[in-house]
Design a protein around this ligand. Structure first.
Ligand code: ZN
Length: 325
């Protein structure tokens, strides 16, 4: 039990990804007293700007979107009750790389062009400081192929390895003891949930005037959709739906929310999921919820530590018995 309280680390590419993917999860654990740490890898400088009055922030005009989104992220964290949010290597260390194939991909400072171990070293420092039992990030495709999301995945997975390696020391990680993260998760959405969400959305869109949106996105537009059986864990964040929606609204340059739906700058509506789903990729799967899924990211961790304690007790008990004979 010495490693409690629960500590959750999330690694994301841009401000807004945390709220869309994990807003309900973050709000839930923060409300329960867990330490929730968000590391965002870029300022999202290349995002498209939705509100016309803020269009001047765009990278091809004032190029001031990054600092503005720092403020949006801070508002979102207030809504979620999360106080520990950081940028990888400090704000502005890595720049948004734009969509795959864009010329911004290779620009100096672009996250996509970053040296993997150098970027990971910044995250190792955070891991060794915070000592999270659970890490959440994207799958190897970054959920949907955005270069910064793919890179965030690589950096998070690499940092998890390096943080546990006693031999790994750099300037950025001079302090802090090696730390092994017990469980690593990737963000997922079960296909059946996505399909059902879009079916409901299409019904609502068919009723004139019901929604402020006219067109639906597709299941393939949702990051991380997989066959249901791949999903190991579901976090019911229904009680934190309002916090998630408020956090998403705080990213007003990127998202327009009309619960239980939202649109990005492409104006295509998507379901706003308040149960969030994960695939456990490292660590021991616990879980005996519905469909055998875990219902808590930390499930089993106390048990693992408790089991070690029990073994020690049993060992000393046996020794005492032995002494008595
Ligand atoms: Zn993103």
């Amino acid at each position: 039990m010495s490693d409690l309280p629960r500590r959750l680390l999330l690694v994301h590419a841009h401000p807004d990804d945390e709220s869309i993917n994990n807003g309900a999860t973050m709000a839930k654990y923060a409300a329960e007293g867990a330490r929730v740490t968000l590391v965002t890898c870029t300022l999202g400088e290349e995002g498209e700007v939705i509100p016309p009055r803020l269009a001047h922030l765009a990278p091809d005009r004032d190029d001031a979107l990054g600092p503005y989104r720092v403020g949006e992220l801070a508002e979102a964290m207030k809504a979620l009750g999360v106080t520990d949010h950081r940028f990888l290597g400090g704000p502005g260390r890595y720049r948004d790389s734009g969509m795959m194939g864009a010329e911004q991909n290779d620009r100096p400072g672009a996250f996509w062009a970053a040296d993997l171990d150098e970027a990971a070293a910044h995250l190792v420092a955070v891991i060794r400081e915070v000592r999270p039992q659970v890490l959440v990030t994207y799958d190897p495709n970054g959920g949907y192929g955005h270069p910064d999301h793919i890179q965030a995945h690589r950096v998070a997975m690499r940092a998890a390895d390096l943080a546990a390696d006693p031999g790994f020391r750099t300037e950025a990680t001079e302090t802090g003891e090696p730390w092994h993260i017990a469980k690593v998760y990737w963000n997922r959405v079960p296909r059946s949930v996505a399909v059902a969400g879009f079916a409901r959305l299409r019904e609502d869109l068919a009723e004139p005037g019901r929604l402020p949106f006219t067109e639906s996105a597709a299941v393939t537009d949702v990051p991380g959709v997989v066959d249901d059986e791949v999903v190991t864990t579901e976090i019911d964040g229904t009680a934190h739906a309002a916090a998630k929606a408020a956090a998403m609204r705080a990213h007003a340059t990127q998202i327009t929310v009309a619960e239980p739906y939202f649109v990005l700058s492409n104006d295509l509506a998507q379901p706003l999921f308040t149960t969030e789903y994960y695939e456990l990729v490292r660590g021991r799967r616990a879980g005996g919820g519905r469909d055998g899924r875990e219902t808590d990211l930390f499930e089993g961790i106390e048990d693992i530590e408790g089991a070690e304690g029990i073994q020690e007790t049993a060992g000393s008990g046996a020794a005492q018995n032995g002494a008595g004979l």
